[in-house]
Write a protein that binds this ligand. Structure first.
Ligand code: HEC
Length: 262
């Protein structure tokens, strides 16, 4: 997530003065096309670039930090730990490592969840890192079907898993979130379950489930807002998922945002 707390567009501050109080998150989905140019293997990332091995062992067998090989953590929890560690581990910010690269590391460690790598869809959350009471997330969805394998190629079948956790990993249950698709007026409300999660779509996902999906590229902006959070630090993860069983999805894109409510 590139935080644009200060840089967030001035025009929006002018046209939406009320929202400017809270700021905006922007979540953009883009293809892995760019990322692929720099694609590195999980091992390269883990050993050479990020130095995870120093605390977690060369093969992820554990050290000062817990073992990561064959981790039972779902991808979203793995990535959350990197962005907003629960205890003493140093955080790894978005400018050091992308969410897509973290998915590659996870896959190399043989995590329990099935993850498409490199993730064919990149989700980027951008927004303020500090808010007073309400945050608003804006999603921009951009995909290139050519990068998707056939079972994932139709975005109208995608689902989106949204997870909201506190720094200490407490799930935020019964949180009310709203999202609004590009070109739509109405906000659609959804509520997180006891795991702090909600799965949207395909009908009311972050891409409109209509129109021709044969285009090679698609860009959609979805805004997401959350209200009534208590003062704390939070991690918000949004994943694009496929697969038939909701218990055993294939993750093909993940984006994370970290913010503080004061
Ligand atoms: C300076 C030591 C250190 C480094 C470097 C480090 N970690 Fe950690 N890691 C820890 C410690 C200590 C914990 C225990 C929880 C905590 O302190 O937040 C941990 C916990 C974790 C967990 C949670 C594991 C679980 O089962 O709960 C994951 C996932 C993780 N680290 C991944 C990574 C990855 C991937 C990297 C490299 C990008 C990395 N860590 C780099 C020290 C480190």
């Amino acid at each position: 997530m590139t935080l644009l707390a200060r840089g967030r567009p001035l025009h929006r501050l002018l046209t939406e003065p009320l929202l400017s109080v809270f700021g905006l998150f922007v979540l953009s989905f883009s293809t892995a096309g760019h990322a692929q140019q720099e694609a590195r293997s999980g091992e390269e990332l883990y050993i050479d670039r990020l130095g995870c091995w120093g605390c977690h062992g060369r093969a992820g067998e554990g050290g000062d930090g817990p073992a990561l090989r064959n981790t039972r953590l779902p991808l979203w929890k793995f990535v959350k730990q990197l962005r907003l560690p629960s205890e003493t581990m140093p955080p790894f910010a978005h400018n050091l490592v992308s969410d897509a690269d973290l998915a590659i590391v996870y896959d190399w460690l043989d995590g329990v969840e099935t993850v498409e790598t490199p993730p064919p869809v990149a989700l980027t959350l951008e927004g303020p890192n500090q808010v007073t009471a309400e945050i608003e997330v804006e999603l921009t969805v951009r995909t290139v079907a050519a990068n998707l394998d056939t079972s994932l190629a139709d975005p109208t079948t995608w689902r989106y898993r949204v997870t909201l956790l506190r720094r200490d990993n407490t799930p935020i249950a019964q949180a009310t979130l709203e999202h609004r698709l590009a070109g739509r007026k109405e906000w659609l409300e959804f509520t997180t379950d006891e795991r702090g999660q909600a799965v949207l779509g395909p009908e009311e996902g972050f891409l409109p489930a209509d129109g021709s999906e044969t285009e090679t590229e698609k860009e959609t902006t979805t805004r997401l807002r959350i209200s009534s959070l208590q003062a704390n630090r939070y991690a918000l993860m949004v994943e694009a998922i496929g697969g038939n069983e909701s218990d055993n999805p294939v993750v093909f894109g993940i984006g994370t945002g970290i913010f503080t409510v004061e």
